[in-house]
Write a protein of this length. Sequence first.
Lengths: 193, 528
Amino acid sequence: MEYNSAIIVESLSDADIGYSGLLKNHEVFETSKSEYEIPSRYFVDSLTMMAINPLNSYIYWEVTDETLQKFGIPSNDVKINISIVDENNSEISFFESVFSVGNYYFHHEPKYKFLIAKLNLKADDNRLIPILESNRLKLFDATLKGYNNSPLYGEFTAEDKDIQEGDEVVHLNSMSLLKNKNLSSQTLLSKGY
Amino acid sequence: MIKGYWIPVLHSHLPFVKHPQYENFLEEFWLFEAISECYIPMLQRLKRLEDENIDFSLTVSVTPPLAEMLDDIHLMEKYERYLDRLIELGDKEVKRTQNSEYENIARFYLDFFTQTKEFFCGFLDRKVLNGYRYFYDLGKLEIITCGATHGFLPLLSVNPKAVDVQIEVAVASHKKHFYKQPRGIWLPECAYYEGLDVVLKKNNIEFFIMDAHGLVYSEPTPQYGVYSPIISPNGVAAFGRDHQSSKQVWSSKEGYPGDVCYRDFYRDIGYDLDFEYIKEYINPDGHRVFTGYKYHKITGETDHKEIYNPYVGMNKTKEHAENFHFNREKQIDYISQFMDGRLPCVVSPYDAELFGHWWFEGVEFLYNMFKEIDKYKVIKAITPAHYLDYNPQNPVAIPHPSSWGDRGYYDVWLNPSNDWIYRHLHQMANSMCSYANKYFNSANEEEEKTLNQMVRELLLAQSSDWAFLMTTATATEYSTERTKEHIYNFWHLAKMVDENSFDEAFCSIVEEKNSIFEFINFRSYSSR
């Protein structure tokens, strides 16, 4: 069933996405010494991915000394390669680390369905030894799905004869929506949407 | 004739804070302030509406930690002593300001806290939740639940059991405090991820609330935007936030609360008056706090603040309620032309603390809004449950992962200021599953008690408040310490179980302090 353009414009009008908890620049504050000692690591091999938003995700890992030893990697000379692959097993990104316990933020396009991370140890001869595979991370598709997956809105330009001086154009996620209640749904529909 | 529906939703939440070893603890003041400025004033207005035969319907989420605190005898006794101190302060203030321009406002607050105490001891019988139960049983208030400890579910879902238990315990807590199955849930921070509806359905939850983009980016795009709910693939309804009505109220720049005749939040005698005079009414360690005695109005963009007139402030809310009602009616008129005959619903969710705490006159605004609705009878205030009863058939769509946090996703709860917590939370959940499976049938009394306390510590560590406070850099130290405390307690208790050696003194302290959910059963974490 089709959706109505005007209703979608109305639903997203005044949309100041994010009400709770204004993000500042990420300041990490020093806190005074805690009375509670908590583990710095868990001695369990792990590789975990977590989505943050449509364009960014987070990954953390731990490789145990036992695993390093098994492959002859000294714990003070760790070289880790983490490869991120898409649903077709094509690598979209990779990074390296010298920490057996670590984390990383990475940016990606929203076009993939899901991602998986693969952790490899790098041997002295640069051979990659696969060790761990992460959970499957489904990405967010922040678009109007519509009918037949077609986008609803196109770009309006100032030359468009239906745009009057003083009309408010709302920019949302790189799409320009014409926000003017005087424009009837007929006008929107007549543009082919 | 009714043209459409207005669905107001107030989300009430505070993290579980209980420090029985201290008579005054700064973070317990959060609860006492919220009770005095928000929960009791709201209940007083609802009682007034009932007494005046004005129809109303309101949806309120009372999160499990908040419900536990509001039903906790120790905390309610402390609250009564807190009120007594404020009334005593009122007496002193009336004397101090006698014959000055501040005398009237001082008398106003003395009356305010005196009436608050009368309502607390009388109608509420010394338990704030009694008021909620009263209106819930009358069918005027729809109380919905929330995650057990307001855990940010998408980021906990790495171990699905962690989410299962957050919802299962939430429902059990709701039944314990309100004697009913909750029909709806306020997902913590409105945070949804694909597949969460399976867990909700399993726990007989019928609806939840999302931010607008969560609904609009659903698949397929909902036919009616946010003006009708959608039904998820597993049969749970999602209602979308209407931004227009939200912004009119919560925006401090464009919204009603910024009106110059309303009370200024920041000018409080706890900070303004001489330390020697005020010290008994703030934190004993000398940390100045708000007392609730705020004598000035917003006035304008100036440091000079004029004296607040509560009569003028409360009257202003009539004008704002009229305006809000007018706008809702016009909005509904406009939207209706695209709804194929279905009556649109405008869903307006807010943090409950906006009404009464941040915006002192906010509860009076709500009261006046219900009066406007009752006067004109062109829009009807209902709950999401009512809407589903009236309209059992709704468009089906897969809701879009989202939250109502800044930027619309999970950024606030996962960023460099707080990312360190997640490997701990995930490992604790994994371990809890192992313990639950191992000891399912074999736990002796000591082990059972300890394993149950481990679940409590895990749930408390999962509270999204800590990550939130780290991001907003308010109470960073406290939130970091709380997270570490629960992580430490969990592993310390786990070690006792592993070594079959139980430290009675330690267990006693943590069980009393972190006494939430006495019904908890560690077996919830098992895979059986």
